[in-house]
Design a protein around this ligand. Structure first.
Ligand SMILES: [Zn+2]
Length: 461
């Protein structure tokens, strides 16, 4: 096969595998969602953002979100530019030592440190590559945070922000070192077929990280404790009983140290599984909304949605690894494959920065399918939460308030809409409100007339 064709073939295989994985893993019973602007019930108006949010609220979120999205795109572009520079770097001329008076003899090249300790050099290359990539967009990230503080969304000091960044950088360096060392070790063993074991190791490492993250990584960025409100816990256990799951750890984390935003999530699996609420949710919302959120999270537990994402990864890992290897080979300048050499003394076919850049590119291939699967899973979680609580009014009120609190666009348009359709992991807030309205109509549940919520969070302009 022509050298340039291999990445293309592997890329097509990755997209096809992602498509198959989405089809195999998506919820069996499709959850009906009324299209935007559709009329879910007889006599009810169309679901329009203007019915649920004031013009001021919509103006405020868009004025905040659009530049924030541009800053995010700028950060990604800078990171890719740094990766590109590092991946395309040509090797320095090899150091040679020539004994005096022996001009005619072929030069004897001293083995470099990288050649003597290739796996260690790979670890160093991986760590420095990811650190440089992470450092490049820092000015843009600081500007984005400044805007978030002004919008009343980010709280906490710049010092805490810097501490978080330092911790994240340490994690990135560790991840880069593991990726670099692993890549060099596998490429040295098998310069052409190294991507096969790499795919297996990658899936295993992702599963281990998903299991360990709640125990090892989350505590670095937030402190959590069991929910103390006994009435709430009893209520949650009752919903869990209805859902048919045993509720293990229900925790509340100190997110308010960093943000006014509201969230809840399930992380880990097996013994590490937990439902975590941000304290901003428990403090700012009533029992009806909290029950709705819990019911939504329980749906993720019932259907094992965390392990499900690992299965998706396992299904696309092999072609994605093949695409990474083929693209990395194409990106690595001749002779720059490094660190180290094959057993027969040839330079390795890929460099560590090229593998990291190629991996980032290959990771985008299944991203759209993964987002599509995620949106379907989230729609099911909302539908089940509505079924278990029978309270669509609470869901509508909750989404109205979090769109305002999180300064999130309930109904992105234009480029924002396109990005959402490609990469959005959740349905839009307006789609979720529409699903709740449709549920109410289908079950004859009376809803108050659609009206915006007017209270803005503290710090809002
Ligand atoms: Zn969810």
């Amino acid at each position: 096969m022509v050298r340039a064709q291999r990445p293309l073939v592997a890329a097509v295989a990755t997209v096809a595998a992602a498509r198959i994985a989405t089809t195999a893993l998506r919820p069996r019973s499709p959850v009906p969602t009324p299209p935007r602007g559709a009329r879910p019930g007889a006599g009810r108006g169309a679901i329009e953002a203007e019915s649920y949010f004031t013009a001021d609220q919509l103006h405020r979120v868009r004025r905040y979100r659009r530049p924030q999205a541009l800053l995010g795109a700028g950060e990604t572009a800078l990171q890719l530019a740094v990766l590109w520079r590092l991946a395309r770097r040509r090797p320095a001329a090899p150091a040679t030592t020539v004994a005096p008076g022996e001009d005619a003899a072929p030069p004897v090249r001293a083995p470099s440190v990288a050649e003597r300790h290739p796996v260690l050099a790979g670890a160093l290359a991986g760590a420095t590559t990811l650190l440089a990539t992470g450092a490049a967009p820092l000015p843009l990230a600081a500007l984005a945070r400044h805007r978030a503080v002004r919008a009343g969304l980010a709280t906490g000091t710049w010092r805490l922000w810097a501490t978080d960044l330092a911790r994240a950088a340490a994690l990135e360096a560790a991840a880069g070192a593991a990726l670099g060392a692993g890549t060099v070790a596998l490429v040295r063993r098998d310069p052409t077929g190294w991507w096969r074991p790499a795919a297996g190791v990658g899936v295993g490492a992702s599963a281990a990280l998903t299991f360990a993250a709640p125990l090892l990584i989350e505590p670095l960025f937030s402190r959590s404790r069991p929910v103390e409100d006994e009435e709430l816990v009893a209520d949650l256990r009752a919903i869990a009983g209805r859902a048919g799951v045993r509720l293990r750890a229900v925790l509340v984390s100190d997110a308010s140290r960093r943000t006014t935003a509201v969230n809840a999530y399930v992380s880990g699996f097996g013994r590490s599984r937990r439902v975590v609420f941000w304290d901003t949710l428990l403090e700012g919302f009533g029992a009806r909304e909290t029950r709705m959120v819990v019911a939504h999270e329980l749906s993720h537990v019932v259907h094992r949605d965390v392990p499900r994402s690992l299965v998706f990864l396992a299904l696309v890992a092999a072609p994605a690894a093949a695409a990474t290897a083929a693209l990395a080979e194409l990106l690595t300048p001749d002779g720059a494959g490094a660190p180290g050499r094959t057993r027969s003394g040839d330079p390795l076919p890929v460099s560590v920065p090229a593998v990291l850049l190629a991996g980032a590119a290959a990771g985008l291939l299944p991203a759209t399918e993964m987002a599509r699967l995620s949106r379907a899973i989230e729609r099911r979680a909302d539908a089940e939460a509505l079924g278990w609580t029978g309270d669509p009014g609470a869901l509508i009120g909750f989404f109205q308030r979090i769109a305002v609190t999180n300064v999130g666009d309930p109904d992105p348009r234009g480029v924002g809409r396109l990005l959402h359709d490609l990469l959005g992991t959740h349905p839009t807030v307006l789609e979720r409100i529409g699903a709740a309205v449709a549920h109410a109509d289908a079950h004859g549940i009376a809803l108050p007339p659609a009206a915006p919520v007017v209270a803005l969070p503290a710090g809002a302009d």
